[in-house]
Ligand binder design. Sequence first.
Ligand SMILES: *Cc1c(COP(=O)(O)O)cnc(C)c1O
Length: 364
Amino acid sequence: MLKSINDLNRHTQPIQTALNAAMERVFQSGRFVLGQEVKAFEEEFAGYCGVSHCVSLANGTDALELALRALGIGHGKTVLTVANAGMYGTVAILATGALPVYADILPGTLLVDIADLRRILDRQTVDAVIVTHLYGLLADVPEIVRLAHARKIPVVEDCAQAHGAMLRGQKAGSFGDIGCFSFYPTKNLGALGDGGAVVTSRADLAERVRRLRQYGWSGKYHADLAGGCNSRLDEIQAAVLRVMLPLLDGWNGRRREIAVRYTEKIAHPAIVTPAIHAEEYVAHLYVIRAARRDSLKQYLAEAGIPSDIHYPVPDYMQASCRHLFEGADKPATSRACAEVLTLPCFPEMSDNEADMVIDRINSW
Ligand SMILES: *Cc1c(COP(=O)(O)O)cnc(C)c1O
């Protein structure tokens, strides 16, 4: 029985003993913020991503915001990104005082349309680019970095849906100037609560984020850097993530298997399935497209099959900020928001469960 598009009980139950032991270790240590577990997790996660530094934070949205602040983004600056990624990038950009400018997406992958990105870079001043690796699929980040760096524009990777995704053996987060992760519980690497991090091989950026996450302090009670806040990963979550990190590649492999099964077996003239990808894809969300998406969602729900929509509203149409983007329309983005539907996909899902979803879809 599928209770949601993922099932965190089934995810954490097999490792409950190890999680309990990790949390017990924190209780015993008597240190709950910025202690040994955080330090060890930062080293382990930097190593996993193939970069020199990791700075852990309270969540992924803070990771984006502090990455931008560390790059000097603030009032009067412009950040190029996409509008189909649930507002996370937009919220972070607006929080710094900067303004987003949106590139359209490609209908095939729903990732940034590099031709549109290049048109914008040629036409207006852009101070940073956020590349979003949506649904677990890497964007063509080497090409984006090449285009941006040729214009001296820094690149932030939003890897909150792409922990462990690779291109020719190189990990998400290690291509741009700085990579941002969320450890929200449903992410590919998810804590038992909120969490986030930046990874980078630039010592200057790591140092700035390290200060920004703690009031802008250079040392205790000396706030040298403006724009600081309180955004720390706590020891318990770091200890939990240390138990999970060695399991991530196995989990990603199983997610990919389910995605492959879906794409091979879903056959319906009114439904488009995502292409099958290899190591550059960690199947965070399995997203199909249908012009009559809402009716399909209803049809699945009638058979007890959960689904979700990531994401229903383009950022430039959101009530909180659409006044900032009068007349903005990115046609492929708007159309995708009306057509995308997310199917259940998580590492503990069985083949039988996937087949049940597939059979129901094919009979629509
Ligand atoms: C989840 C997510 C974030 C934000 O992470 P939080 O920890 O929830 O703040 C940012 N970007 C993308 C693409 C995400 O999926």
